[in-house]
Design a protein around this ligand. Structure first.
Ligand code: FES
Length: 184
C-alpha cells in the first residue's frame, strides 16, 4: 500500500515533507554536536600564538632588495624600496586601484621604504615572484604571480590579473632603532 500523500498529520503537512523535515532537523543537531569540539580545538591558545611571532633583522636589506621569511608557515616578503619605487607608488591615484591603499597606509610611519607583506597571492594562494634576485617582478615592478598572471606594484598592490586584493600586510612592529621587525 502506498502512504497517503496528503494531510496525514491533519495540519496540511504531507507525510513525505514531514519525514524530510525530521531528517534535516536530526542532521542539524548532529552537525552542531560534532562541530563544537572541532572549533574549540582549532582556536590557538595564547602560548601557541606567542610562539608564532617571528623576528627578522632587516638592517642588511639594501634598497631594491627583498628577503623572504616564514611567518605562521607562510611566506613573508620584506622589501626595502628605492626612492624611485616609492615615487612610483606615490604617483598612482588611489582611484586607479582595485584595492585602494596608499604606500603610507601599508607601511609604518617613518619607515615608508620598508614594505612588509605576506608572500601569498590573494587570488588562489600561490607564492608570487619578485622577492628573490632575478625573479620577474611583473608589469608594475613589484611582484608577479605566474599561476594566473596577477601583477602587483611597488607597494604590493594588485594592478592587473585576477587577484582581488593587495598582498596582505601582517601586524608587525619595529624595534627602537628600526633594524628588527617583529611580525605577529
Ligand atoms: S594564485 Fe596568483 S594569480 Fe591565481
Amino acid at each position: 500500500m502506498v502512504a497517503p500523500e496528503t494531510d496525514a498529520t491533519g495540519d496540511g503537512v504531507r507525510r513525505r515533507d514531514f519525514i524530510n523535515i525530521a531528517a534535516v532537523s536530526a542532521a542539524g543537531v548532529g552537525g552542531i554536536a560534532v562541530l563544537y569540539p572541532l572549533i574549540s580545538q582549532m582556536a590557538p591558545s595564547a602560548d601557541v600564538l606567542a610562539e608564532s611571532t617571528v623576528e627578522v633583522d632587516v638592517s642588511a636589506i639594501e634598497p631594491g632588495q627583498a628577503i623572504k621569511a616564514i611567518f605562521r608557515k607562510q611566506p613573508l616578503f620584506l622589501r626595502r624600496l628605492t626612492d624611485a619605487e616609492i615615487a612610483e607608488a606615490d604617483a598612482v591615484p588611489l582611484s586607479d586601484l582595485r584595492d585602494p591603499q596608499s604606500l603610507e597606509e601599508r607601511t609604518k610611519a617613518g619607515q615608508k621604504a620598508m614594505l612588509i607583506t605576506m608572500g601569498v597571492c590573494t587570488h588562489l594562494g600561490c607564492v608570487p615572484l619578485g622577492a628573490a634576485e632575478g625573479e620577474a617582478r611583473g608589469e608594475y615592478g613589484g611582484y608577479f604571480c605566474p599561476c594566473h598572471g596577477s601583477h602587483y606594484d611597488t607597494a604590493a598592490r594588485i594592478r592587473k590579473g585576477p587577484a582581488p586584493t593587495n598582498l596582505l600586510v601582517p601586524d608587525y612592529e619595529f624595534n627602537a632603532d628600526g633594524t628588527v621587525v617583529t611580525v605577529g
